[in-house]
Design a binder for this molecule. Structure first.
Ligand SMILES: O=P(O)(O)OC[C@H]1O[C@H](O)[C@H](O)[C@@H](O)[C@@H]1O
Length: 549
């Protein structure tokens, strides 16, 4: 089980504090100049990936101390507890076994006496048959036409992962089948998707772990009405609606036939669920075999995470870097910058993964934490982001560690695009690291033959402090396998941060209050049931009611 160790009470934490005082005074460009082996010492290769940590504000000693912190907070035991299926999601009394969904070994994995791998395989077989039947035309709509569109209706973990993966792997998509997503309870989302579709050739996947999420159920009801407007007969619903859920009773109440339910289990957290039946839209889009490649890439990262010593363990080091910046450099945000248009939804996916998991302020002893937990995760694809917020990363007043992610070989070799994209990828981390000092700016301006007073007044604005930390993650090519590996790396990073920071990463009680209040205000807006609010909320509701018709 997870131990309750306050990280700030460890010896390693105290040592890191002293070490930080040395490191924060050092310039990255000097560290590179002093040590020609710095890249070799601070980068790791794993299968098709190069993880370059050398442009971070660290030395080998930093990593040694951080790894000691991981040891002192009992990380190795926690890793084993997770893989073994112990109920480490204590506040929900559940195991955490998304790794079982991509475990292709022949062993058994017993949970309360049941071999769960058997259940996993059975659902995978059901998904495979379903996808094959869609693609070979065996599954047909109510008028006998083949399906051309699949709509995933879900939100949060039942949406972000599938949508991001479908987008990231678009170049592997099967022909003749388009996948769409509806998530927002704003009717605009459903309206804009449905207006492009024909009920005869559209299959709806209702994805909800609990099958009680208001947004998803509302959108599902809207989709069913839209379908029945044309199909007329209620019996046709069973041909066009399937559900992915752990809550069979609720699904049946909705009217979906038991054979159209793809199950998963309470030991799969919503934001870790794209590997489960929740990935059905991915499997439909890519074909089941490619979905399996995604799982196999994740499995390989799982093995690396479980077996590799902490000092060479990629997710562990990535998590430790986050703790280093957040708690010692006081960084409040972390940017995710995919230099790959296909991966542009990755920041949104990682926002839920990291911020919903580790956005906590109570430790595992039930005490308020006295240190920082999860920084804000944000970002957007490069190079577009260079033309919007990069200014702040280069010259703003806050320090923002960034992950720069790219694939060396493009899936769209057109002209010189890839070389141009990658030259920006390399240039940005180099510029952020090196900066430009006064002598360099002066030399540049002097070449322009400008008046001395003009030069002096311009000079301070053109200085780049540099010393901005970045991690470069480069893969050979964006494939289902490699994407699986990358996503599993971020999942394990999330877990490691939670373990070391002594918080529970697999619950999300913080989202409940807003849901409860919305449910009661809904009664006010729809059924005119008045309720007491603060003055601001009362007046906002009044303004809405006066203007919504
Ligand atoms: O899959 P569902 O049960 O519909 O849940 C969808 C989402 O709902 C909640 O808001 C949770 O905070 C998320 O973690 C979850 O992914």
């Amino acid at each position: 089980m997870l131990k309750n160790i306050t990280p700030t009470t460890t010896q390693a934490w105290q040592k890191l504090q002293a070490h930080y005082n040395q490191i924060q005074a050092q310039q990255l460009r000097d560290l590179f100049a002093q040590d020609t082996e710095r890249f070799q010492k601070l980068s790791l290769q794993f299968e098709d990936f190069l993880y370059d940590l050398s442009k971070n504000r660290i030395t080998e000693e930093t990593l040694d101390l951080l790894v000691t912190l991981a040891e002192e907070t009992a990380l190795p035991g926690a890793i084993e507890s997770m893989f073994a299926g112990e109920k480490i999601n204590v506040t929900e009394n559940r195991a955490v076994l998304h790794t079982a969904l991509r475990n292709f070994t022949d062993t058994e994995l017993l949970l309360e006496g049941e071999n769960i791998l058997k259940d996993v395989r059975a659902v995978q077989q059901q998904m495979k048959t379903f996808c094959d039947n869609i693609h070979n035309g065996t599954l047909k709509g109510y008028t006998g036409k083949a399906f051309r569109h699949v709509v995933n209706i879900g939100i949060g973990g039942s949406h972000l992962g599938p949508q991001m993966v479908c987008e990231a792997l678009k170049s592997y998509q099967q022909p003749n089948l388009e996948v769409h997503f509806i998530s927002n309870v704003d009717g605009t989302d459903a309206a804009e998707v449905l207006k492009k579709l024909d009920p005869e050739t559209t299959l709806f996947i209702i994805a909800s772990k609990t099958f009680t999420t208001k947004e998803t159920i509302t959108n599902a009801i809207t989709a069913r009405s839209w379908f029945l407007q044309q199909a007329k007969n209620q019996a046709h619903v069973s041909k066009h609606f399937v559900a992915l859920s752990t809550n069979t009773a609720e699904v049946e109440k909705f009217g979906i036939a038991p054979e159209n339910i793809f199950q998963f289990w309470d030991w799969v957290g919503g934001r870790f669920s794209l590997w489960s039946a929740i990935g059905l839209s991915i499997a439909c889009a890519l074909g089941y075999n490619r979905f399996e490649e995604l799982l196999r890439g994740a499995e390989s990262m799982d093995k690396h995470f479980r077996k590799t010593p902490l000092r060479q363990n990629i997710p562990v080091l990535m998590a430790l870097l986050s703790i280093w910046y957040t708690n010692f450099f006081n960084c409040q945000t972390h940017a995710i910058l995919p230099y790959d248009q296909y991966m542009r939804l990755l920041p949104e996916f990682l926002q839920q993964l990291l911020m919903e998991s580790n956005g906590k302020s109570t430790d595992r002893n039930g005490q308020p934490v006295t240190y920082q937990t999860q920084p804000v995760v944000w970002g957007a694809a490069g190079t577009n982001s260079q033309h919007s917020f990069f200014q702040l990363i280069h010259q703003g007043t806050i320090l923002i560690p960034c992950d720069f992610i790219a694939a060396a070989k493009t899936n769209n070799p057109i002209g010189e695009h890839q070389a141009l994209l990658m030259s920006n990828y390399f240039a940005q981390t180099e510029a952020l690291m090196k900066g430009k000092n006064e002598a360099e700016v002066r030399e540049e301006l002097e070449k322009k033959n400008m008046a001395a007073n003009e030069l002096e007044s311009l000079l301070p604005h053109k200085l780049f402090e540099g010393n901005k930390p970045t991690t470069s993650i480069m893969m050979r090519q964006l494939t289902p396998y490699n994407l699986g590996s990358l996503l599993a790396m971020y999942e394990h990073k999330t877990f490691v941060q939670g373990v070391i920071l002594n918080i529970y990463s697999f619950d999300q009680w913080g989202v409940e209050l807003g849901k409860q209040l919305a449910t009661s205000i809904e009664q006010e807006l729809l059924r005119d049931k008045k309720a007491a609010h603060d003055a601001s909320t009362t007046n906002l509701i009044q303004y809405y009611q006066q203007n919504s018709n």
